[in-house]
Unconditional design. Structure first.
Length: 313
């Protein structure tokens, strides 16, 4: 958000403050204060003008300025009511040299999932892509998928939904004994072997979405369906971004956080990998995100693949 606009909001948050007061605090003209107040009202902020000044009385439910307001993470927000794909837009921004930007949308018309699948993204979800430029080798990039999974799981639990992580990149919740998908993560990157140029972590959260609007083969549900009431998408998005920013990539911290939420560890799994199928018990995760599977004969470390949780025998 425009820096002065942010400061105007901060000034009137505990309201009422007079226009001249704000102008002198921020070292801008009274006309500029008025313009910012009007722009904020247009963006959906409710600002009362009383005899003793302006007071903030309401914040919009969702959108760019709403998420940017009081966000405790160093990202600019680019918001779209509807866009083909936030990952595609974030890649465009990467090509233009941008960094530390979150592309956020209410609806995607061409959402993309892993393995070139379509990702259904109706209005009411939280569809976002975080673009950043970490100073790490390409091989370390899976750790950002783990960080995103931890961030969304923590936010879901804070919102009262007992979400769990399925390796490598799904966040699920159990409904009537069945695991249903709440969130998918698609991480893309570009760079040289020894150094990433940019990373885009795309996170698709079925927030306030009717599960009937999602294809049945996706076996999906939504936060609102599980809670029985809508989730505050503004706060939820902020919590995801704040945790993603602070959970860090220190191997022990991130792996411990992931283990705490993982549904895959201790389960029998079947993993389709480019080199064939692996079956066994998932016993641990290794940096930067490989699953350790005990096949009964040996322990194998699987870097990537499509994982199914098998029912206990
Ligand atoms: C999966 O297949 O499980 C990953 C789905 C990732 C979907 C998200 S929604 C936001 C971002 N934009 C996209 O087009 N895809 C990702």
């Amino acid at each position: 958000m425009h820096e002065t606009r942010e400061r105007v909001l901060a000034a009137i948050a505990d309201g009422p403050v007079s226009g001249p007061d704000i102008a002198s605090r921020l070292d801008v003209s009274r006309a500029a204060v008025w313009k910012h107040v009007e722009a904020l009202r247009e963006a959906g902020f409710a600002i009362a003008s009383e005899d003793d000044g302006y007071a903030l009385t309401g914040v919009p439910d969702f959108g760019g300025p709403a998420v940017a307001y009081e966000l405790d993470a160093p990202f600019e927000i680019e918001y779209h009511d509807a866009i083909p794909s936030t990952n595609a837009r974030a890649r465009e921004l990467a090509d233009e040299g941008a960094s530390d930007v979150v592309v956020l949308a209410d609806e995607q018309t061409g959402g993309r999932g892993r393995l070139d699948r379509t990702w259904h993204s109706p209005s009411g979800g939280i569809w976002l892509s975080v673009l950043f430029r970490p100073d790490v080798p390409m091989a370390a990039a899976p750790v950002f998928t783990l960080a995103a999974a931890v961030a969304v799981t923590r936010a879901a639990r804070e919102a009262g939904v007992e979400a769990v992580i399925k390796w490598p990149n799904d966040v699920l919740v159990e409904v009537d004994g069945e695991e249903r998908k709440l969130v998918g993560i698609l991480t893309e990157m570009e760079g040289e072997a020894d150094r990433v140029s940019w990373v885009v972590v795309g996170v698709g959260i079925n927030a306030n979405v009717d599960p009937d609007a999602l294809p049945s083969e996706a076996n999906a549900t939504s936060l609102s369906a599980v809670r029985g009431e809508p989730v505050d998408r503004r706060r939820f998005t902020q919590r995801v971004l704040e945790t993603f920013d602070t959970v860090g990539t220190d191997p022990e911290t991130i792996l411990d956080a992931w283990r705490e939420y993982a549904a895959t560890l201790g389960r029998r799994v079947r993993i389709d990998t480019p080199d064939g199928e692996i079956r066994g018990e998932a016993v641990d995760i290794e940096y930067p995100g490989s699953l350790v599977v005990d096949t009964g004969e040996k322990r194998v470390t699987v870097a990537a693949g499509d994982c199914d949780h098998l029912r206990p025998l």
